[in-house]
Ligand binder design. Structure first.
Ligand SMILES: [Zn+2]
Length: 489
C-alpha cells in the first residue's frame, strides 16, 4: 500500500512538472521549419540546458519568452567551409544565421592550437580538418606560420614528394586527427607537385580512419592537360579506389563554365554507390592568396582570365602584370578577388538539389558576411528558384548529415526537433538580405532577429549580444565533441 501511495505521489509530481514545466527559453508562435521531418507549422519551442526539449502547440512557460510570430524558426545554419575564424567574422556569420562554422576545406595548420585558442572564446560552434597542405609544408621544411593556412608557391608546393615524405605527411595527419581533426582537408591546387599517387595515399589514410576528405580540386578550366573534368575525375577515382567519403568544395569556382557537368559527374558517382557531396557559394568571384601555387604560370589560360580580373579587396585595385609579379613573388600572403564566373552559371548551381550552401568565408570577400542571407533573398524570395524549405535543407540538414561522417554529435545538429541541440535561427523571410558587396565586404546581413547557440541567445533583436561565448568544438572521433556534454533531455 505504501508503495502504491509513493508511486502515486511521484506520478503526481512528474505530471505537475510536465505541465507547468519551466524552460530556460521559449520561442513562441514562430513558423517552425525542419527539413528532415518536413514540419512547417506554427509551434512553440521550449529549450533547456542547451537542448530543444519541446516543440508544441501548447503554451510553454520559460524564464525568457521570445515572441517569434511572423518569423521563421529553423535550425541554425552549418557552414562547412569557413576560413576566417576570428570574433569579428563570427559576428558576421551569426548575423547571417550561422551557428556552426568549420574550417574543413584546408584545415588549421595545428589542430590542438586552433582548438585551444577558441575554447571559451567562441560565439558559434567551431572545428577544423587536419591540414594536408600544412603537413606537406612541414615535411618539406617550410612550416606554415603567422596564421596563414596556404603555403607560398615554392619547392614545398611544386616538388613531388618521396615515399618517405609521403609517410611523414601521413604520420603528421594521424597526429592531427588524434588531436580532434574532423576530416582531412586537401587543397590540392595549392600543392601542384603532389602526384596522383600522393593524393590517393592521403585518401587511404582518411578511409582507414573512416573520415571524409574535403577537397579543393587540382585545377580549373578547360585547357588540356588538367581541365576541371579531369581534376574532378581524379577525386572521384581516389574515393572509388580507397572508399573514403569525398566532399568537393565550391563546385561553382572549381568548375566554372563546366559546373553542371561536374555536378552530373557527382550524380553519376553517387548513383554507382560512391559517397560524394558538394557545395557552392552564391557569388561570381572567388578569392585566394596571390602568392600561392594557384597562380603558378599558366593561370590565365587555365581560368580564361587576365591580370585585370584580379582585384585587391582592401583597395579595389585591379592588377597589372607588374603588380601581379610583385605580389606573387612576395613572401607576404595577400588575398585577391578573382572574377572568373558568370551569374548565369551561379544561378544554375545554387538551386541544384545536390548542392549544399557553404561560404568559403574569408575577410575581404562579401561571401564571408552574406552567403546565407543572399541565397534566401535572391533565390528563395526574388528569383523563386528554390523553396524556403529546400534552401534551409542546403544550409542545415545536408551539412549536418555530411558532418555525421566525422562525429556523432552532428546528429543533434541541423534539426529543429525535440532532442536536438538548441542551435536555432529566427529570421524574417520577407526582409532577410545580404548587404556585403565587393566594395564593402564586411557589411552584416539584415533579417536575422535572433540566433540561439547551444541554448544561449547570441543575436537579440538583430544585434549581437556582447560577451557571450557559447560556441563549442566539434571534434573528430578520437576526441569527444563538447556538445556531447549537454545533458540529454
Ligand atoms: Zn578553395
Amino acid at each position: 500500500m505504501r508503495k502504491v501511495i509513493f508511486s502515486l505521489f511521484f506520478l503526481a509530481l512528474s505530471t505537475a512538472a510536465a505541465s507547468g514545466q519551466q524552460y530556460d527559453l521559449v520561442l513562441e508562435g514562430g513558423r517552425v521549419m525542419d527539413p528532415e521531418t518536413g514540419v512547417d507549422a506554427v509551434r512553440n519551442v521550449g529549450i533547456r540546458d542547451g537542448k530543444i526539449v519541446r516543440v508544441s502547440t501548447e503554451v510553454l512557460s520559460g524564464r525568457r519568452v521570445i515572441q517569434a510570430k511572423g518569423l521563421v524558426v529553423a535550425p541554425g545554419f552549418i557552414d562547412l567551409h569557413q576560413h576566417a575564424q576570428n570574433l569579428e567574422s563570427q559576428r558576421l556569420k551569426a548575423l547571417d544565421g550561422v551557428t556552426t562554422a568549420l574550417e574543413l576545406e584546408i584545415g588549421a595548420p595545428d589542430v590542438a592550437q586552433f582548438l585551444k585558442a577558441k575554447e571559451g572564446r567562441s560565439l558559434i560552434h567551431y572545428g577544423t580538418a587536419a591540414s594536408y597542405v600544412a603537413a606537406r609544408s612541414l615535411v618539406f621544411g617550410a612550416p606554415l606560420s603567422g596564421g596563414t593556412i596556404l603555403p607560398k608557391s615554392g619547392p614545398a608546393t611544386d616538388q613531388p614528394a618521396t615515399s618517405e615524405q609521403i609517410e611523414a605527411m601521413q604520420e603528421r595527419l594521424r597526429a592531427e586527427l588524434d588531436a580532434g581533426g574532423l576530416a582531412i582537408g586537401m587543397g590540392i591546387e595549392y600543392v601542384p607537385g603532389a602526384t596522383r599517387l600522393e593524393v590517393i595515399d592521403m585518401f587511404r589514410l582518411a578511409a582507414q580512419r573512416r573520415l571524409p576528405v574535403y577537397t579543393h580540386a587540382r585545377s580549373s578550366g578547360r585547357v588540356e592537360p588538367g581541365p576541371t573534368v579531369e581534376a574532378v575525375s581524379e577525386l572521384i577515382g581516389a574515393a572509388a579506389v580507397t572508399g573514403a567519403s569525398l566532399h568537393i568544395v565550391h563546385i561553382n569556382s572549381t568548375c566554372l563554365r563546366d559546373a553542371m557537368e561536374c555536378i552530373s559527374m557527382i550524380e553519376g558517382a553517387r548513383a554507382h554507390g560512391l559517397d560524394v557531396t558538394t557545395e557552392a557559394y552564391p557569388y561570381i568571384a572567388g578569392m585566394t592568396s596571390v602568392n600561392s601555387a594557384l597562380f603558378n604560370s599558366g593561370w590565365q589560360d587555365k581560368l580564361g582570365i587576365s591580370y585585370s580580373s584580379l582585384m585587391l579587396p582592401d583597395t579595389g585595385e585591379r592588377l597589372t602584370k607588374e603588380r601581379f609579379d610583385e605580389l606573387h613573388g612576395s613572401a607576404t600572403p595577400r588575398f585577391v578577388v578573382i572574377f572568373s564566373n558568370t551569374q548565369e552559371m551561379v544561378d544554375k548551381v545554387i538551386p541544384h538539389p545536390l548542392v549544399m550552401i557553404a561560404s568559403d568565408g574569408l575577410e575581404g570577400h562579401p561571401r564571408n558576411a552574406g552567403t546565407y542571407s543572399r541565397v534566401l533573398a535572391q533565390y528563395v524570395r526574388e528569383k523563386g528558384t528554390i523553396t524556403l524549405m529546400d534552401a534551409l535543407r542546403k544550409m542545415t540538414l545536408m551539412p549536418a548529415e555530411m558532418l555525421e561522417r566525422s562525429t556523432p554529435a552532428a546528429r543533434q545538429k541541423g534539426r529543429l526537433q525535440e532532442g536536438a541541440d538548441a542551435d536555432i535561427v529566427v529570421f524574417d523571410a520577407g526582409t532577410i538580405r545580404d548587404r556585403s558587396t565587393f566594395e564593402k565586404p564586411m557589411e552584416p546581413s539584415v533579417g536575422v532577429r535572433y540566433l540561439v547557440v547551444g541554448g544561449t541567445v547570441v543575436v537579440n533583436e538583430g544585434n549581437i549580444v556582447p560577451d557571450v561565448f557559447p560556441g563549442r568544438a566539434l571534434l573528430g572521433p578520437e576526441k569527444r565533441s563538447a556538445s556531447h556534454d549537454y545533458p540529454q533531455p
